[in-house]
Write a protein that binds this ligand. Sequence first.
Ligand SMILES: [Zn+2]
Length: 216
Amino acid sequence: MSNVIGMNEFVGMANGDSHCWLCQKPVSTRALFCHHCGTIQPVRDIDHFARLGLERRIDIDIELLERQYAALSRTLDPQRFLIRGVGERGHAVKQLEILNEAYETLRDPLRRGRYWLLVNEKTFKDEVAANPLANELREELNNASAASQCDRVAQRAGYALEQGIMNLMQALRGEDWQAANKTLAELDGVEGILDEVRGRRSSLTPDEEGRAPEGI
Ligand SMILES: [Zn+2]
């Protein structure tokens, strides 16, 4: 089943129409262009799913997301607005910015998970509990003196991230908000480790990198 929303449904689904900034006629909140005068509309307050023409669900069809994004970003290509007035050019730039933000958020499972908690108003601030795995990995990283040791930490962190994302999605599907928040906090820690590994690996001198690590 496709979870794309057709352009005709866009109009019907709009909850409370807006007005075109130029011709003042009513326009669907989701419409990029006024269907009376064809003018691009300002950024309206709709969620990332609606902005990309997707059904609001935690599990998204990534291929569909890519297609929708490609089509919409072509439509909003600044080149197309070069001969338009300042007002239209400005709206096009802002629309493209928010489209990119929506796309980047939905494409990344972690960001999408965080956003899903936000739109469902289920974010708990004090869920940053102890994170034994991140602590263990950090210690291993601190003791790493060779690139191969860094790589091993990165490999473990990458695996933990993969597993964690599966757990996160499962929690979100089951609306176990508590577990989802906890998992997200853990994954933040693991993601931080991956960033540190990159920094640390690049700081190792070629000499250290060439040396065979002990015990491996
Ligand atoms: Zn108009």
